[in-house]
Design a protein around this ligand. Structure first.
Ligand SMILES: [Zn+2]
Length: 104
């Protein structure tokens, strides 16, 4: 993926983020392990999504999580002890040209 390339048009990002739940804003835009190990608020949540652009942490259900992984061309069979890091979100309007699945 080329840097600066807008991978997700706005309507797609709205669709993506429409099925997530805004959770907390990480201090200094850094996701620490305590934040990423908080219990999920929504029973359907399977993983946190952390935006490094603005520090927002979202909860994603399985459907939303899979959409993000698909956009990032990531194949994974498990969300346990992992989080998805993205370069931008609907809150900060940065490009989502980077999607990674990272071990907590
Ligand atoms: Zn953001």
């Amino acid at each position: 993926m080329k840097k600066g390339e807008d991978m997700l048009p706005n309507n797609i990002s709205k669709e993506l983020f429409g099925s997530t739940l805004e959770r907390i804003k990480a201090t200094n835009n850094i996701a620490n392990k305590d934040d990423l190990r908080l219990p999920f608020q929504n029973r359907e949540t399977v993983i946190f999504i952390f935006c490094k652009g603005c520090g927002m942490i979202y909860e994603a259900n399985e459907e939303a999580a899979n959409k993000f992984l698909e956009k990032g061309e990531i194949i994974s069979s498990s969300f346990v002890n992992k989080y998805i890091k993205i370069s931008g979100c609907i809150g900060c309007d940065n490009n989502i040209d980077e999607i990674k699945l990272i071990n907590i």
